[in-house]
Design a protein around this ligand. Structure first.
Ligand SMILES: Cc1cc2nc3c(=O)[nH]c(=O)nc-3n(C[C@H](O)[C@H](O)[C@H](O)COP(=O)(O)OP(=O)(O)OC[C@H]3O[C@@H](n4cnc5c(N)ncnc54)[C@H](O)[C@@H]3O)c2cc1C
Length: 308
């Protein structure tokens, strides 16, 4: 892994750095580039703008790794409120939600997380939309896939995320490529050890291509989450090879990253879904976005020093 990326991800776990960054006034400006705002109304407003531009959306109420049952409960409420608001504003057919199981209690108890996720799924069903379970670090992969299987028993439309940096993922893609499945393929955003994950970015990209072929060859609905200018055309070419028409798979990108490319792909007739994070707990999310790209860190540091 890139040493700068490891450093930033390590810093993300340091409480002193966390407090310093979270309370710096300039952080707010940088956060706005990647985060839609803090409230349900902000999330709905951002969704409206993207939908009007021909895009679809998945919303993430920020928060993760909670060890407090009350916070997990609060997260469930936030999602239910959001889903109701999307429905009320006529946006539920274009916007779904992404949920991190660690935000709804996975670290406390897998059963609690499954029950909380099921409540969010019930609200999504009532509002006419879907839920995708985000994937977190590799210690949670088996647990998340177990919860996914359980939820899909009642809500067959629940989506999963698989990360191409993990050695296991090509097999997981083949297993999850069945009829009705929705799988988001991404590279993976956590600092993972060599025992379980490719460390070389080229290896991660090669794995991404193997995984995308496995998904496209199956009967499910693959969702290709990448901004990589080399991988996007490969997705297009391999989709054509597998006889996939636009609408039988989709592209996904993060809010604020390559917005022109998002609109270009939508203009070609593809479904493009923008992952829109919102909420006050933006710290972990921001750190992962900074770690992905040295230019983002430089932007952040410049902003900090220009205000100092
Ligand atoms: C919709 C969506 C959902 C995701 N869900 C998950 C998840 O559940 N679990 C998980 O582990 N990861 C998730 N990720 C993150 C993902 O794993 C990667 O960390 C992230 O997408 C960067 O990888 P990349 O494929 O864009 O390629 P990279 O090789 O990182 O980047 C390729 C190019 O994309 C552009 N780019 C990429 N990142 C940035 C950035 N931060 N700022 C500016 N430009 C950038 C640059 O041009 C860069 O050269 C998700 C990503 C997306 C798009």
């Amino acid at each position: 892994m890139n040493p700068l990326r490891s450093l930033i991800l390590a810093a993300a776990g340091n409480d002193v750095i966390r407090r310093a960054v979270a309370t710096a006034p300039v952080s707010r400006d940088v956060v706005r580039r990647f985060v839609a705002g803090e409230t349900t109304a902000d999330a709905v407003g951002a969704t409206r703008g993207l939908v009007d531009a021909g895009l679809t959306v998945t919303l993430d109420y920020l928060g993760e790794d909670t060890t407090d049952e009350g916070l997990a409960e609060q997260t469930v409420h936030a999602y239910v409120e959001l889903l109701d608001a999307l429905h009320e504003h006529g946006l539920a057919d274009r916007a779904e939600v992404s949920v991190k199981l660690s935000a709804v209690g996975q670290l406390l108890d897998e059963r609690l997380a499954a029950e909380n996720a099921a409540r969010i799924c019930a609200a999504a069903q009532r509002c006419g939309t879907t839920v995708t379970l985000d994937m977190e670090d590799h210690t949670t992969t088996d647990s998340t896939l177990r919860v996914l299987a359980e939820l899909r028993g009642t809500y067959p439309w629940v989506g999963a995320v698989l990360q191409s940096y993990l050695h296991r993922t090509v097999d997981d893609c083949a297993r999850l490529a069945g009829p009705g499945s929705r799988v988001r393929l991404c590279k993976g955003a956590y600092a993972e050890p060599a025992e379980v994950a490719y460390q070389d970015t080229h290896e991660v990209d090669l794995s991404y291509v193997r995984c995308l072929n496995a998904l496209l060859a199956g009967d499910g609905y693959p969702m290709f989450a990448t901004h990589d200018p080399r991988l996007v055309p490969i997705v297009g070419a391999r989709a054509e090879f597998h006889g996939r028409k636009p609408g039988s798979f989709e592209f996904q990108m993060l809010y604020g990253i390559r917005p022109d490319e998002q609109r270009r792909l939508a203009g070609l007739g593809h479904t493009v879904r923008v992952y829109v994070p919102y909420g006050v707990q933006w710290y972990g999310y921001l750190m992962r976005r900074l770690a992905e790209r040295p230019a983002n860190t430089a932007f952040f540091l410049r902003a900090l020093t220009s205000r100092a």
